[in-house]
Design a protein around this ligand. Structure first.
Ligand code: GDP
Length: 511
């Protein structure tokens, strides 16, 4: 994908930039994505990712978008080249009902760009997404968007980020002019002015800039690479995605200080990105993306080394090996065979259901990456099948969609109809629509008496006895791990007290 000759491994890896954009709906993520892709030459015209603005759409609109799988391809990962670096921009779903998907995607990035609306400051969902990044010490770059409108004062914004997220803020650029008179930025690090029009030194905007810079210098922290890498300090950029101000400041900074691919933690050791052995982690599965080919793509982040097309890989969950003949890169509009991919890159691997979320692939080492979790669902529903003849088909379809992470599947041990678990009800709508559209199975949902699901671990005999006593409240998940379903948190607590030998978990590490 690059004209440069293939050089050594560490040079290739050092120029990978894999990131996601996090924001509250409406802050400008879609617009910024468009501008970034445009700056990277990935799209000619803004507007190509427009269809991603699913939050503002109605439910039914969203469903038809979801059915048009082509758009999801666009939004999963977008690879482009800028400033000598290969960027992989991973999309996170905007709607909070898909937060589990977002969490998993954030396990595959090396940094996140946090977009903030200059008038609104830190909003709810920004904070939540930020907390997820913090759990993993992901370095954050902040982009304060919509400076072309009435905005809060830059000092106040920096202050708000610092105090509300407990994160040091170092301005990397400073806005020149405000609202309708916002014309560009001053790059504090390189001391260069980037304005869309020539400004005389006597222009009031230049005078304001000089004054504010002097104040900022004394009062605000300087950019510190180490604190940034550790996730303690965020460089802050001002701009307007809409007016294309500040977008290249942001990209230039990502080129300059990365970060490049980080180490990834596995059960037995930590894997460094520039190790020669190839390792990869599957963080997302998407099935039936192309309605003409019932294919299923596993999105894998290369964690170390180099993947070559045709390579034989070990699938460490099953111990089996298989050859990857058609790994793919995804661009804004199309996909392409990946002849080679390096640590940091995200490739799509077509498969027929062998690969699951959380799976590790290696050249031969027996290794399992950690950190891709399942969260206990907050809503449980029993699936009601309208046509009893389709029971087998339903079972297969539910398994596939659960493997994809659309919902979590719980198979009651007493043989009753399957129960699905979700974080947000929109997931149920997606399940229902996809079962109909892709598998021709019509279902409804019935309430269950259960409100909580907990994974059960402990000595085998204890679990067996427990399961016998509580048979109607026991289910197996997708991996056949036992799950206890409780009708209330009161009952959950009581069950826990009565069974001290057994542990109940609301998070399950996949892998
Ligand atoms: P998302 O929900 O975060 O993806 O936000 P969008 O990119 O869809 O933007 C939300 C709204 O804000 C749209 O109407 C955009 O046109 C508008 N918008 C985005 N960026 C800017 C900006 O820099 N300035 C102004 N004035 N409006 C913007």
């Amino acid at each position: 994908m690059s004209d440069a000759p293939v050089t050594d491994l560490s040079t290739e890896i050092a120029r990978r930039r894999t990131f996601a954009i996090i924001s509250h709906p409406d802050a400008g993520k879609t617009t910024l994505t468009e501008r970034i892709l445009r700056a990277g030459g990935a799209i000619q015209l803004a507007g190509n990712v427009r269809a991603k603005g699913e939050r503002r759409r109605t439910r039914s609109d969203w469903m038809s978008i979801e059915r048009d799988r082509g758009i999801s391809v666009v939004s999963s990962v977008m690879t482009f080249e800028y400033g000598g670096c290969i960027f992989n921009l991973l999309d996170t779903p905007g709607h909070e009902d898909f937060s589990e998907d977002t969490y998993r995607t954030l396990t595959a990035v090396d940094s996140a760009v946090m977009v903030i609306d200059a008038a609104k400051g830190i909003e709810d969902r920004t904070r939540k997404l930020f907390e997820i990044c913090r759990l993993r010490d992901i370095p954050i770059v902040t982009f304060i968007n919509k400076m072309d409108r009435e905005a809060q004062d830059p000092f106040a914004l920096l202050d708000e980020i610092a105090s509300s997220l407990a994160l040091d803020t170092a301005p990397a650029t400073w806005p020149v002019g405000r609202a309708a008179k916002f014309v560009g930025t001053y790059d504090i690090l390189s001391k260069k002015l980037h304005t869309q029009e020539e400004l005389a030194p006597t222009d009031p905007r230049m005078e304001q800039l000089a004054e504010e810079l002097e104040l900022a210098e004394g009062a605000l922290p300087e950019f510190d690479r180490e604190s940034f890498d550790a996730g303690h300090l965020t460089p802050v950029f001002f701009g307007s995605a809409m007016k294309e101000i500040g977008v290249t400041d942001l990209l230039d900074a990502l080129v300059a200080f990365g970060p490049s691919p980080r180490s990834q933690v596995a059960e037995t050791r930590t894997v460094k990105a520039d190790e020669p052995g190839m390792t990869a982690l599957v963080f997302k599965i998407q099935a039936n993306m192309d309605p003409n080919h019932r294919d299923r793509i596993a999105f894998a982040r290369i964690c170390s080394g180099k993947l070559e097309r045709g390579m034989r890989l070990r699938h460490t969950r099953t111990g089996k090996s298989f050859a990857v003949h058609t790994p793919q890169f995804f661009f804004a509009r199309d996909r392409q065979l990946a002849e080679e991919a390096f640590a940091g890159d995200v490739v799509g691997i077509p498969n027929h259901g062998t690969l699951r979320i959380g799976d590790t692939l290696t050249e031969n080492e027996d290794l399992k990456f950690t950190g891709v979790p399942h969260f206990a669902p907050e809503i449980l529903r029993r699936v009601r099948l309208d046509d009893a003849m389709k029971a087998k088909k339903l079972k297969q379809a539910l398994t596939q969609l659960a493997e994809e992470g659309v919902v979590q599947l719980f198979k009651p041990q007493d043989g009753a109809q399957p129960i699905v678990g979700v974080v947000g009800t929109l997931q149920l709508d997606v399940l229902q629509a996809r079962l109909k559209a892709e598998y021709g199975v019509a279902i409804g949902f019935d309430n269950t008496p259960f409100s909580l699901a907990r994974w059960v671990t402990g000595p085998r005999e204890k679990i067996e006895t427990f399961a016998q006593v509580n048979r109607s409240a026991m289910a197996d998940d997708l991996d056949d791990d036992p799950v206890f379903l409780a009708t209330s948190s009161f009952m959950m607590r009581r069950t826990q007290e009565q069974n001290p030998d057994i542990s109940f978990h609301d998070i399950k590490q996949i892998g």
